[in-house]
Design a binder for this molecule. Sequence first.
Ligand code: FAD
Ligand code: DHB
Length: 390
Amino acid sequence: MRTPVAIIGAGPAGLLLSHLLAGRGVESVVLETRTRDYVEARIRAGILEQSSVDLLTAAGLGERLRAEGDRHRGIHLQWPGERHHLDFVDLIGRTVTVYGQTEVQKDLGRARDEAGQPILYGVRDVALHDLGTDRPYVTFVDADGHEGRVDADVVAGCDGSFGPSRAAVPDAARQTWERTYPYSWLGVLADVAPSTDDLIYAWHPDGFALHSMRSARVSRFYLQVPAGTDVAAWPDDRIWQALDDRLGLSGWTLGTGPVTEKSVLPMRSFVQQPMRHGRLFLAGDAAHIVPPTGAKGLNLALADVALLAPALAGLLRGENRLADTYSDTALRRVWRCTHFSWWMTTMLHTGDDPFDAQLQLSQLRWVTGSEAGARGLAENYAGLPIDFAE
Ligand code: FAD
Ligand code: DHB
């Protein structure tokens, strides 16, 4: 099989890249290890920055997002006895939208179907070859057990944190940074109407808690738990009690309902640079991971491919400029979001150092009490403009 662009991974980065390339008249083939059902049901992120909404809308993917996405003016920040609202519209004139990654994934899948895009699901043994030449290729075994090969002009590594693309860059040609955290998130999905208008990020001595949502009838919660926690240690009663303890405020009631999904999500920061090696271009989680506090991971993946699509289209026409600057340009946003995610994480997750706790509370009071502090958070949370680094 021959194609201009071989895309590894059919997550949001891979599928949006394929869609944006098609809009520029560039064909691609997408390889994915999982099944389509699995990819579309995987519960992950839920918040789209305004730039991501604008990007998806401009790409013709905004219809259901506009109808079903829930626009929010801001967030609540809380610590015991106090809840403060940060209004992003007042502060910086921007909003965020609650729209699950599952829905982004389905919209992208449908758009690719309509375009007749070849997506090979259920492949295995994906390997990248000859990336230092202008004739790279990818080998794999398809869902029926047959060996396959895609010859391409460029390979886009959109295969997330566990795919082979990142490691296809030789050690001597890459630099990596990593930070692990001593806690994880217990993510909980429940059939209950949200008990809040905007998301609540709560600092608490027992650990951080987040009240998010997916729709008028479905709530999403996260609880800080120690790294390595077994989900079996968290029966539903314990979850509701912990959420009530950590989110509780006099005069406010947490609604409860059947828990439909729960899982433990490890947290880490990771960046690999450059995001290009020869004819391999990395995008999304394949190049960088952020801890989820602040909801940057999905948005960052979308922003990468918004840069990458015109860069690859140009490269294939013999214009190298955007391809040559892709890595540096993308990394400016990556590092901004890496810092913001680390900052939100370390401001809100508690440990056993009483000095740290006082610093966190002081910072929370500053962020909620000073317009400059609130604006800084709002600017990063609601998202930098898509051309932030261009
Ligand atoms: P992915 O979505 O990971 O897509 C990569 C794709 O590549 C996957 O479909 C994978 O199956 C495929 N793949 C892997 N290996 C291969 C291979 N060898 N060959 C072919 N394909 C391969 N972000 C937030 O902002 N908020 C959240 O609440 C949040 N929760 C998360 C929960 C979990 C469990 C995880 C893992 C991530 C979460 N994230 C969250 C991060 C966010 O979901 C990611 O940043 C986003 O999915 C990145 O998109 P991507 O396309 O780069 O990578
Ligand atoms: C969600 C996830 C986040 O990481 C976050 O900061 C806010 C909301 C969510 O899944 O709804």
